[in-house]
Ligand binder design. Sequence first.
Ligand code: AMP
Ligand code: MN
Ligand code: MN
Ligand code: MN
Length: 294
Amino acid sequence: MADSNTTAHRINADLHCHSVVSDGTLTPVEVVERAARNGVQILALTDHDELGGLAQAQGRAQELGIQFVPGVEVSVTWSDETIHIVGLRLDYLNPTLAGGLYKTRNGRDGRAHEIADSLAAVGIPDAYEGAVRFAGNPELISRSHFARYIVETGVCQTVQEVFQRYLIEGKPGYVPHRWAKLSDAVTWIRSAGGTAVMAHPGRYKLSDLCMDQMIREFCDAGGAAIEVVSGSHTPSQYSEFAATALRFGLMASRGSDFHGPGESRHDLGSMPQLPKSLQPVWHDWPEAAALDAR
Ligand code: AMP
Ligand code: MN
Ligand code: MN
Ligand code: MN
């Protein structure tokens, strides 16, 4: 993807990352400090189904003079597939959003016990307690925490290996789960004044036809943008989803999906830029216009 000043947007926006409030390994304050060090100019913290890190992150961003965008990544089930919807620039005190996320988080503890039971059956005992030790938030036990525990036990060398062997669909530690409805997630984000963004579409195992149907439903529900440059995408997927953004009239977003040093392929703010042919999700944000004018 083009990266020169004339063909690419210039602002270093990283609009997707995680802290210990979900399955990241840095605190919200550490995420902001690292982003600032890396030259990020606009940062969104988008913890899974959680808003609990945003006030702290916003406070530190103000101190450091980096623009902060309150965000979230909502877990959704669409046609039996898990889809993630990022919400950006939202009011994190909004009760509709907070209530929806609370319900979405609700099933996680029971699911974590089921995951632990199925891991015990294949010779990995005590995984619930192990995952809890890695979780910064008892309401948000994620497969990532199980993965870190299993690496600690020595059964696998890396988190990626754990996912491949135990935690993805079809593997012994995978437990199907129903998350929020796509239209509800978009509605909650919009109720809080936010913009709904389709996260990392390249990760979904959908046929072309189903992908189009899913994105159409997302648009119909009020979804406005799609991640084009994502830490979860390959470079060829940048081009593929740039075309998708244009085809559906969606704005484009850029985010590392950073979870922590040594665990994520891309560090905060280190992604290629979005091409000028796309309208960035920040195109009408005053804080971005101020940066562009510099
Ligand atoms: P959960 O919401 O508990 O199902 O966990 C989903 C999280 O697991 C994602 O947000 C990623 O951080 C992580 N994840 C999912 N698939 C993989 C994978 N193949 N390799 C590494 N991490 C993954
Ligand atoms: Mn995650
Ligand atoms: Mn995701
Ligand atoms: Mn994410």
